[in-house]
Design a protein around this ligand. Sequence first.
Ligand code: NIG
Ligand code: FE
Length: 416
Amino acid sequence: MQRLFVNTSQVVTCAGPARARRGAEMADAGVLPSGAVAIEADRIVAVGRQAELEGRFPHAERIDCEGGVLAPGLVDSHTHGIFGKPRFEEQELRAAGVGYMEIAKRGGGIHSSVRDLRARSEDDLYALAVPRLAKLMAHGVTTVELKSGYGLSLDDELKSLRVIQRLQAALPVRIVATFLGAHEIPLEYRAAPRNRTEYVDLLVHEMIPTVAAERLARFADIFCEPGVYTLDETRRILGAARAHGMLLKLHADELEPSGAAELAAELGATSADHLAAISEPGIAALAASETVATLLPGTMLFLGRARQAPARALIAAGGAVALASDFNPGTSPTVNFPLMLTLAVSQLKLSVGEAMVAATVNGAAALGLAAETGQLAPGFSADLALFDIEDIRELPYWYGDHRCRRSWARGNACHA
Ligand code: NIG
Ligand code: FE
């Protein structure tokens, strides 16, 4: 079945090579005034002027965009969307001067979500995730990465990943699964009689092989940060993941610089995420690599930290920057992805075009999907978001607002 999207004020194509955009390439999001898009089943077949496409596809079903802006479905390449209870009590602690790591040392933070998730059933977690993802889709997201990482035992990590597998089968949004068994050292391995090396052994010898054998995750990720996983432990864990065929991601240089970005580049990770505390050599290493720098400005905003990732320096050095929500109960409890575009412009100093490329093409590249989604161009998946605005610059402008009218993933309605 052919469908033709007509009567737009703009089509933002983000079209170009099927790979991450780097440096100056990020500036051009490809705005087509009053453009149209033709799709056939789950694929885009043409993008161009409305009159021309109406001539080429006279029998297509018309979808009236009513003067809105049509863009590639947004790609949220970093979320921790599988969790139980919220952690609102930590906000006031931070406001009173207790830092994120200090809360974790007291057994809160990630540990608090771990205790909670371990007590929940797979069905319960599934039921909690569905409406949360529906809200993310309602903001124009048509591809989302979901991490495990609040289980931190073989059974509880598998439980989380099976929830993701069920969501993949049930929801229209494209879902990419990431194994984050190395999100923290579980409390029971932080004190005698056990020790952290035993947990790293468990990850390397049992958890990663099982997750890989059951094909439950495309990526393995780790919180490589002083106080959590060391560089040496990261090397060991991600080395095992790679040996089992998984692609790699790192939470790198989020709070303190430690050489994690350099390690991400050295390991050939698909993305290095956070980077608010990246060093100059880290910037140079990422820029010289294929690793996408995924920035999460909502996290620094919510944690109340003054320093955001040096997005301009990363782009000036020739790096590829992506944007993601980091949706999670501790540091970024938001599903408002367009708000990340606002923060990208106001805090990271990106242009709107750069922010759109970061939220589409480069997000897709951060998931190894640059040839599949993130662009409105022939051959790409029919992943589209229609926004109730007349100019794409309004999307970051009306901040905190809800402007997505409809969206489609693989040609199927994602949000109506
Ligand atoms: O990306 N930094 C580690 N992981 C998450 C936070 C997880 C949590 O606090 O629950 C992040 O910010
Ligand atoms: Fe994260």
